[in-house]
Design a protein. Sequence first.
Length: 111
Amino acid sequence: MKRRRVPRPSLPALRRDGAPRQQVAGVERTVCVEFGRVGVEVRPTRVLLRAGRTRQLVRVVPLSSRPRPLRRARRARGVKAGPVSVTFVGSPAVTVALAGVHAVGRNLRRG
């Protein structure tokens, strides 16, 4: 007797902690690195520094004039390794590269 294969329903992608990943649209690319009570959030147009138990905003370093939100919905993803937690929307490498381009452009305009 031949076994018949039963199709399985597609399951939503899961994060490492078991919760479903969320699709976000209309926000900037973001890479957020948190180490204990200190956090750095890098976006192509600004860098945000956070500190304290509730990670209150400490400093905003603008790199460009205005935010450019993503047109397509992307998954918010995250990785935790010991005390370090990294969350990102979009490609982290592209986000950091764009922030670098904006920082260099800002410094060239000033000097």
